[in-house]
Design a protein around this ligand. Structure first.
Ligand code: RFL
Length: 393
């Protein structure tokens, strides 16, 4: 078998690249370890930045999203028992789109496999990359049905298999990986309950951070700061809702609408960045190259940014022999990656400073928060970073 491009991983990054290649009539093969049903239901992100939605629209990938996504223009900080609304939409004229990641993945798989006729293999295992530093790389995998190893020759490999995939491990030993561990855990919850507020809420409280994010009229995501590595079983239904009520309490705030917890998992907050994102014929994209702790809800947006650049660059090279996109790929991605990493680090201090037990950090956290609501310049800078600026290209 031979395909010009093998894409490893059918997440937002891999599927977007596959779709861009198919639109340019470039053949590619997507390999995915999970089943189609599984990836279409895996709950994760929900917040997509406006420039990313425009990028999907330009590539014909956002028809359903454009119809069904909710537009968000405000968020609310709660601290010191009070609520402070932050209208970033008014400040910037742009907004966030809330559209659950499994719906986006469902749309992208359908478009790739059912509409654009792209090849995809689900349930593969033991994916291995070969000869990446030659002009004739290949990828091999064990097929789900036949249990036979299949070798696919290709020109390029797009490594889009997420934070726990195998493509990053194919980098040579001297590859540079910068890591940051926040030393904090978040209990990520999905509640079968309508949202309790008309916008995202960030609760900054001595007991720890709490977050409220609408996902759909029936489902709401909540987060509770907890020790890293904590066992979700330590968090009973009663403890979760009592902590959410305490940490999100504020004068004039409505009651929380409680519901059954349908997801409860602990995420340890850490990030890493691979530099450069390219080795020979392997191009990494999305979480495979840079894991971004979900503090500022940036991961999927970065995955889409990489995918637009890599999809366009591969299509330009394979159809017209243009090399500039591939040559500049890593640098162009990393500029946004580091910008978003820095913002996540800044925001982490806002969320976690007061619960650190350190009176000095608590004092500076409140100073940052007050500045957002007293300095128009600080507010404008925050809004710009929170929404992510449109790419220059
Ligand atoms: P994905 O989505 O992890 O997809 C990788 C795919 O590769 C498959 N795979 C393999 N396939 C073949 N061979 C292998 N050896 C393989 N190993 C793995 C996997 O099964 C999977 O299908 O990576 P991608 O495409 O880079 O997309 C990244 C995003 O998924 C991620 O950054 C976001 O989910 C992060 N994130 C958020 N990002 C946002 O922009 N906004 C948010 O609101 C937001 N909320 C979140 C989040 C991540 C969360 N978790 C679970 C860490 C909330 C949570 C709780």
């Amino acid at each position: 078998q031979r395909f010009p491009v093998v894409v490893v991983g059918a997440g937002p990054a891999g599927l977007t690249i596959g779709n861009i290649l198919r639109a340019a009539s470039v053949d590619c093969l997507v390999l995915e370890t999970e089943t189609r049903e599984f990836i279409e239901q895996r709950p994760r992100a929900g917040v997509i930045e406006e420039w990313a939605v425009r990028g999907l629209q330009q590539r014909g990938l956002a028809d359903t999203l454009s119809e069904r996504a909710q537009l968000h223009t405000d968020c609310e900080f709660r601290f010191g028992g009070q609520r402070f609304r932050f209208s970033y939409g008014e400040l910037t004229g742009t907004h966030h789109f809330v559209y659950p990641q499994p719906l986006l993945v469902t749309d992208l798989v359908r478009e790739y496999a059912d509409v654009r006729g792209g090849e995809i293999r689900f349930g593969v295992h033991d994916v291995q990359l070969h000869d990446l530093d030659t002009e004739r790389p290949s990828v091999s995998y064990v097929d789900a049905e036949t249990e036979q190893r299949v070798v696919v020759a290709c020109d390029f490999v797009a490594g889009c298999d997420g934070a726990r995939g195998v493509t990053r491990a194919a980098l040579p030993g001297h590859a540079h990986i910068a890591r940051h561990d926040y030393g904090i855990g978040w209990l990520a919850l999905l509640a079968e309950a309508p949202p309790s507020n008309d916008c995202v809420v960030f609760g900054i409280h001595p007991n720890g951070f709490a977050g409220h994010m609408a996902r759909s009229p029936e489902v709401t995501r909540y987060y509770l700061e907890c020790p890293p590595g904590d066992d979700p079983e330590n968090w009973s239904h009663e403890r979760v809702w009592s902590q959410l009520r305490q940490r999100l309490a504020a004068t004039d705030a409505g009651p929380l609408v409680e519901g059954r917890l349908i997801e409860k998992r602990v995420l340890d907050m850490h990030s890493h960045v691979v530099e450069p994102m390219v080795f020979g014929r392997l191009f990494l994209a999305g979480d495979a190259a840079h894991l971004t702790a979900p503090i500022a809800a940036k991961g999927m947006n970065l995955a889409l940014h990489d995918a637009f650049l890599l999809g366009d660059a591969l299509a330009a090279y394979l159809t017209k022999g243009e090399e500039t996109g591939l040559d500049g790929y890593s640098e162009a991605c990393l500029r946004r990656v580091w910008d978003y990493q820095e913002f996540s680090q800044w925001l982490s201090e806002v969320y976690h400073g007061t619960s650190s037990g350190d009176a000095y950090r608590a004092g500076t956290t409140f100073a940052r928060l007050r500045r957002l609501f007293t300095s128009p310049t600080a507010a404008a800078a925050f809004a710009e970073q929170y929404l992510g600026t449109a790419p220059a290209y």
